[in-house]
Ligand binder design. Structure first.
Ligand code: ATP
Length: 343
């Protein structure tokens, strides 16, 4: 459905996008994830035709060079909704249909259908200002879907909503896109949102693609230290692997059979740090605990090496100040390639 080949955008000396290749299949939801300034919005703007770029953009196999925004058949929904405050809900949802020259009866029918779809049946006559943030988000979505775009693009679609609402809407959006068979390219800096919504995620770093994969692949096997840290994994140290053991500042850490040998960076996911009796592991003092719902994140200060985060069931989390042992599970140890020189 969408293919980018060597797309670059420069603002002065700075590359906002640097030779980006990307494919989005029909009916697929792809989320672009990355820190602020990594080029996510620029990528969407290039696909929409709002930003000049070198390289090629193909939609449905057709080169989009010189094709203006309104002929690309893409739907756009931005963070701040950009609804027309002076029009009612129906007037907003019908906007793209009017632009396409749809007749009055078709507009009325489609608006009713779409409002039903996004969970706002009968809201046609309501004023935009009288809607909650979540309701406005639904109206913006209905408006973007109304012209049946080939590709729907969402820029921080749930950005301003509170967490509970976001979590609910992510589930609804995923169901809705599945039901409609919509192809979606979404941008977010929130990894939870991206992982819940996407079939595949693209992690961006300084205008380049740092990793592409299913949420599970990226979560289980971050391709680099950058991706690992972006996902919130901070248990990363230098290591030397020999056989099924890595030598690290925390002592010996087991690795899976067949692991690459020699020097590397090594990540232990917090789930792979087990708390054991002091004499059975690396001696640590519990520095802090943070309740995360289904688990507690425990920050340990080891006798040797940098701080270590462990994940514990709430009932088993030790108190701050306690002395515990830490042991490592090979299945949660990830060997990361050395960071490429980006100078
Ligand atoms: N019109 C512009 N003129 C100059 N520089 C720009 C322009 N638009 C974007 N940039 C720069 O390009 C880089 C990428 O910006 P972009 O908005 O794509 O990042 P982003 O990943 O979407 O960030 P955020 O998450 O903060 O929205 C940034 O360094 C930004 O400052």
């Amino acid at each position: 459905m969408l293919r980018l080949e060597g797309v670059s955008v420069r603002f002065g000396a700075r590359a906002a996008l640097d030779a980006v290749d990307l494919e989005v299949a029909d009916h697929e939801t792809v989320c672009v994830l990355g820190p602020s300034g990594s080029g996510k919005s620029t990528l969407l703007r290039v696909v929409a035709g709002l930003q000049e770029a070198s390289g090629k953009v193909f939609l449905d196999g057709t080169d989009q060079s010189g094709v203006p925004v309104h002929r690309r058949g893409v739907g756009l929904m931005f963070q701040d909704h950009q609804l027309f405050p002076q029009r009612d809900v129906a007037g907003n949802v019908a906007f793209g249909l009017r632009m396409r020259g749809a007749g009055r009866a078709e507009q009325v029918r489609r608006v009713a259908e779409l409002l039903e779809l996004v969970g706002l049946p009968g809201a046609q006559g309501r004023a935009i200002a009288a809607l909650s943030g979540g309701e406005q988000q639904r109206v913006a979505l209905a408006r973007a879907l109304a012209p049946q775009p080939k590709l729907l693009m969402l820029d921080e679609p749930l950005g301003q909503l509170d967490r509970g609402l976001r979590e609910r809407l992510v589930v609804e959006l995923r169901e809705l896109f599945g039901q409609l068979g919509t192809t979606v390219l979404a941008v977010t800096h929130d990894q939870g949102e991206a992982f819940a919504l996407a079939d595949r995620v693209v992690v961006m770093r300084e205008g380049r693609v740092a990793q592409v994969g299913t949420p599970l692949e990226v979560w289980q096997r971050p391709a680099s230290e950058f991706v690992a840290r972006f996902l919130g994994f901070d248990n990363v140290v230098s290591a030397t692997v020999s056989g099924e053991v890595a030598d690290t500042p925390w002592g010996k850490v087991p690795v899976v059979p067949g692991a690459l040998q020699g020097e590397c960076r090594l990540l232990v996911r917090p789930a792979g740090v087990r708390l054991v009796p002091v004499d059975d592991g690396l001696r640590c003092t519990v520095r802090a605990r943070t309740f995360r719902g289904h688990h507690v994140a425990v920050i340990l200060e080891p006798a040797v090496g940098p701080p270590l985060e462990a994940e514990c069931p709430p009932a088993e989390a030790p108190d701050a100040g306690a002395t515990v042992g830490a042991a490592f599970t090979a299945g949660d140890v990830v060997l990361l390639p050395p960071e490429p020189d980006r100078a």
